[in-house]
Each structure stands twice: as structure tokens, then as C-alpha cells.
Design a protein around this ligand. Sequence first.
Ligand SMILES: [Zn+2]
Ligand SMILES: [Zn+2]
Length: 349
Amino acid sequence: MSAHAVTASAARTSVRLADGREIIYFDDMPGLDRSAPDRRDLPPYAPAAELRYDVLQGEEVLVAAHRQNRTYQPAPGECPLCPSHGEHLSEIPADDYHVVSFENRFPSLGGPAGGRCEVLCFTSDHDGSFATLPPERLATVGRAWADRTADLGARADVEYVFVFENRGAAIGATLPHPHGQIYAFPYIPPVPRRMLAAAERHRAEHGTCLLCDVVAREATGPRVVAETDGFLAYVPEAARWPYEVYVAPRACVPDLPALEAARRDELMGLYADVLRRFDALYDHATPYMACWYQAPARAGRDAAHLCARIYTPQRTADKLKFLATSETGGGAYINDVLPETAAARLREL
Ligand SMILES: [Zn+2]
Ligand SMILES: [Zn+2]
């Protein structure tokens, strides 16, 4: 199957890869030709994830055994997220790109499980990082995230769009090229589900939005990391990780598509500012996990207040926090770093 443009609008072009998967180019400016065909000979795309239910814990578990064969720490020059050049045919057919999002070749969702997994590359620069993206690129990533949230959330088999980044081999990232992922779940995953339930309880008791109240309180407290007119970055009172930051709008906004472009750009700038602080913690790039909690696609939207959560298990320059039995088996987190100390450190970086 040859690549062909399915939709094209200003600075957004959707084409198909050789095995039928969709790839969407989000460009910093309109008018770029993204019609380069995928010249690889790929086996048919057949996602085989399975959704099972743990009756004892009352939670879903995804089983995706085919992922055992996925690309793991490829040799330099064989990166599947770099642009295609000459004999090097990657997941991105174009010889350069700004931002792309494409269906994951080794997905944890799709097939019988429903839903969809996408890989979203922030830059064609293999050695780049999110924290060092220029403002125009941050704006494009924000636009791509909002687009994917709205587009995937409109699918009948999607209840929750989870945007995240897993950065660093130390915490299991299999590819060093700067990228994030999007899991469009056919259900609301346990952590956002618990957060929505807490927000609903708070509204029933106090008549107000939980995160609105938390942001207002944190704004005058000792755990602020950075702020703009519209957004606050703070270490949560009960941080689970050595360094953990929430970035949230002061106003009640359910998700990224609900933000107007200028506000979204402001948020992206503050988010990148927090990542720069994380990277300045040690003399090496800090491994981190970053997730966006947004309103579900349908049920439960009223309780939701958008926020990003960034955390690292790196507790000293050469020590990682490993999750112990109390944490994985008991769900009881123990943090060795005082959240107020972590906030002071991040504030001064
Ligand atoms: Zn690369
Ligand atoms: Zn709110």
C-alpha cells in the first residue's frame, strides 16, 4: 500500500504507513510537503492486546504479549524515530519533520482490547530533549496533544486519552529519541479514576472543584516551583516521589482542547520550564515520567480539572528510588525527600 494523503489542513497532514497505520505530521508552519511514501515492506498490522480484569483488585490489566519483540535500544543510525534517509527507512517516511504522531507498531491497546496507542515525536533531533524545545515547537506539541486528545476521545471505543512521556533508559524507555506516547484507553485507568472520584466527593461536600481549591491554597504556600498568570507549578503536599511537580491552570479547565491557543502556549512554556529544572538537578539528564490528567471522553467530565504531573525516581545523582513491596504490594508510598525541600531546590534551579 502506498502512502497517500487522507486529510490535509494548515500544518496538519495525515498519511498512511506501509502497513496501513496512520501517521500525522504537525508542522510549525503550513505549506510543507509531507507526502513521502513509506518504502518499507511491513507485515500486516494486527494489534493483539487483550483487556483482562483483576477481580480481586477491581482493576483492568492489559496483556500484550506481542510487545516482547519490540525495538529495544537500537544501534545509533537505526533509530525508528529519526527521519528516513537513503537506506535508513524509519517509522517516519519524510526526510525531516517537526512533530509527528503515529500508531504504535507494538501497541498495548487496539485489536480485541479496543482503543489505540500512538507515539508522538517532539523533534527530529535524535539528541534533543523536551526541555530544550524552542517556543514555536512547544506550541506545535501542545497543538498536537490537543488534536490527539479531541480526535481520539471522539472514537466510540475510547473513554480516556492519556498523554505521557517516559524519559530515560533508567526507568525503562526503550528508545532514546525524544518522544512521548498517547494511550487512548477503552476505560478510565485506575489513577485518573481515583482522582475523579476524589474530586466528585469534594464537590459533594464543599460544592467546589478540588484542584481549583488546591491550586489556590498552594499558590501562597511553601511548595511553589514556578508560575505564570494562568498556571501554577507546585510540589504536592503528599508527594510520592523524591521530586514531583504538578502543573495546573488556576482556572477550571477540563482538558487541553478546552484551552485557547495562547493559554496553551503559556502552559507549554511553564511545563518545559519545570522539565528544565528537573534536568538541572544532577550532572546527567534526569530520568522522568510526565503524565497529563485530562477529562474523560464522556462520563465524569464535570469533575475534571486539567493538570500535568512530572516526577522522577532519581533521589540522588547516583541513586534511584525503586518501588518496594510496601509500594507495589501495599500501595503505601514512602518518600525520603521532604516536599518543601524538593520545592525549594527546584525553585532555585
Ligand atoms: Zn532518533
Ligand atoms: Zn477546577
